[in-house]
Design a protein around this ligand. Structure first.
Ligand code: HEM
Length: 497
């Protein structure tokens, strides 16, 4: 009887194991063929009521209700939001080839940021990175950056005692650097000749940034264009964008190649010339607008947030100033060679980009084929938002996440940089679509702030508080411009002449 009992027990155990495996397989298969959970939304319009307000706030709130992965409908468009570092890793590391394409808004046209990962995108991105933002090229442009930053300081000096628009200052320095990296410094000279003070151009950059970044009703119901975005972006109207850019197009069409500087940027100009030959003015416009807006709007927004946080935290501002005086000295002015020693300024910038990532949802992605993420099905063509804003403020990921504490980045164990290797901190994105302008952005932000804080003391106009409300567009802007009063802190500002 004993052997029979043992046989029965063994058979019983085996069938339990078998049934458990079968149940697990069936359950996970069922989950994998299921869409993520999420709110129902109203029939037809789905969650279109999100559109006018801050989308990243709404999406972060929903993550508290539905968890790290959820779906919602915007009109006829299925959207999935990912809110955790492990899901981010699945998308930008494990399945980067399927999820590297960006989901273009109607306004996105054909540019680097929204181009599919085909040969066109690869070609433009490769040229942009290798030819324009390579270390060699950035070194070659150093004197230009230095000239522009010094000009900014001289400009600031004339405004002592009056409120200064900090975004405006940074804009003028940044735009000239970005444009001259693309077209050469001769171009910037032309631009300066035909533009009065650049203010007009800033408004256009901000407008285009908002148009490109805001989800648009026609993206979800293509027959509708209630917000008129197709009208703004759909025409090849470079000429209304900026005199220097229209001058570029004219120069290309006249084939006055002799006027184009003979340097590393020739390759981009060649692409533009080829497109000109194909009469593809929309692509030219898209490349120019994308690089100029992508590069300036994000940087200026970050400058405004850094200054807001410093004004809100005067003890941190004073630590940065002490560091700059220690590293640079009182009878000297900031050079780029000083920047690698300004560790505290570096962590202030990192902490600002944690709390205020310029693109809080990155650029939305679109799987080129059906994918499984977090065990759920993401059908081809879904709009996938990687919610960096939620990850950067998640209490399970960060201690006291809503506090501005640059020191958290000083600990050697934290070891976080902008390269997108650690999914808890990805202000520039990660994977093959990571921001192409990181080296320039980092250099410019450090250079501008080191110089501004080394030379001047900053405070708000009497009776004003720092406004930290946000406005969602291509870049997460402050909803109010930041006006600041300054007094000189460097004894010898003549060094900037
Ligand atoms: C503080 C400054 C900046 C921030 C925070 C920033 C952030 C970003 C982010 C988050 C993306 C999207 C990544 C993704 O969807 O995975 C992006 C893309 C891009 N950025 Fe930046 N950016 C900055 C400055 C710049 C500058 C200065 C340039 C160039 C002059 C630039 C050029 C680009 C380009 C070309 C892309 C598209 C890359 C692609 O899709 O292949 N950015 N940036």
């Amino acid at each position: 009887m004993e052997p029979l009992k043992e046989l029965f027990l063994a058979a019983f155990t085996l069938s339990i194991v078998f049934l458990t495996i079968l149940w697990y397989k069936l359950a996970s298969h069922k989950k994998e063929s299921r869409l993520p959970p999420g709110p129902r939304g109203l029939p037809i319009v789905g969650f279109l009521q999100f559109l006018p307000t801050n989308l990243h706030h709404q999406l972060t709130k929903l993550s508290q209700q539905y968890g790290p992965i959820y779906k919602f409908w915007l009109g006829s468009k299925l959207c999935v939001v990912l809110n955790s570092p492990s899901l981010a890793k699945e998308v930008v590391c494990d399945q980067d080839s399927v999820l590297a394409n960006h989901d273009p808004p109607i306004a996105g046209l054909v540019d680097i940021g929204f181009s599919p990962c085909g040969s066109y995108w690869r070609e433009v991105r490769k040229l942009f990175l290798r030819e324009m933002l390579s270390n060699r090229n950035l070194e070659a442009c150093y004197s230009l950056r230095r000239h522009k930053v010094r000009k900014t300081i001289r400009n600031v000096h004339t405004k002592i005692g009056n409120p200064v628009d900090i975004g405006e200052l940074a804009f003028l320095a940044e735009i000239n650097v970005v444009i001259s990296i693309i077209f050469g410094s001769k171009f910037v000279e032309n631009m300066e000749k035909c533009s009065k003070d650049g203010t007009e151009f800033r408004e256009l950059v901000v407008k285009y940034g908002q148009v490109m970044g805001k989800p648009n009703i026609s993206d979800f119901f293509p027959v509708l264009d209630l917000q008129g975005i197709q009208k703004v972006m759909g025409k090849p109207n470079i000429s209304d964008f900026h005199p220097a850019i229209s001058e570029c197009v004219k120069m290309l069409s006249d084939r006055r190649e002799g006027e184009i500087q003979r340097n590393e940027k020739k390759h981009l100009i060649q692409i533009l010339l080829e497109l000109m030959e194909q009469k593809d003015i929309v692509k030219i416009k898209a490349i120019l607008v994308d690089i100029v807006i992508g590069g300036t709007d994000t940087t200026i927004t970050t400058v405004e947030w850094v200054m807001s946080e410093l004004l809100n935290n005067p003890e941190i501002m004073s630590k940065v100033q002490q560091e700059s005086k220690h590293v640079v000295g009182m009878n000297n002015i900031v050079e780029e060679s000083h920047l690698p020693n300004m560790h505290y300024l570096d962590v202030v910038l990192k902490e600002t980009l944690r709390l205020h990532p310029a693109l809080p949802l990155l650029l939305p992605k679109r799987p080129s084929q059906s994918a499984i993420v977090g065990g759920y099905k993401i059908p081809e063509g879904t709009k996938v938002f990687l919610n960096v804003y939620a990850i950067h403020r998640d209490p399970q990921v960060w201690e006291s996440p809503l506090e501005f504490q640059p020191e958290r980045f000083l600990s050697p164990s934290t070891n976080l940089d902008y390269a997108g290797n650690n999914m808890k901190y990805i202000p520039f994105g990660s994977g093959r679509r990571i921001c192409a302008g990181i080296p320039l952005a980092e250099k410019m932000l450090m250079f501008i702030f080191a110089s501004l804080l080394h030379s001047f003391d900053w405070k708000l106009p009497e009776g004003e508080n720092v406004d930290i409300s946000e406005e969602f567009g291509l870049a997460l802007k402050k909803s109010e411009r930041l006006l600041v009063i300054l007094t000189p802190s460097l004894p010898n500002l003549k060094l900037y002449q």
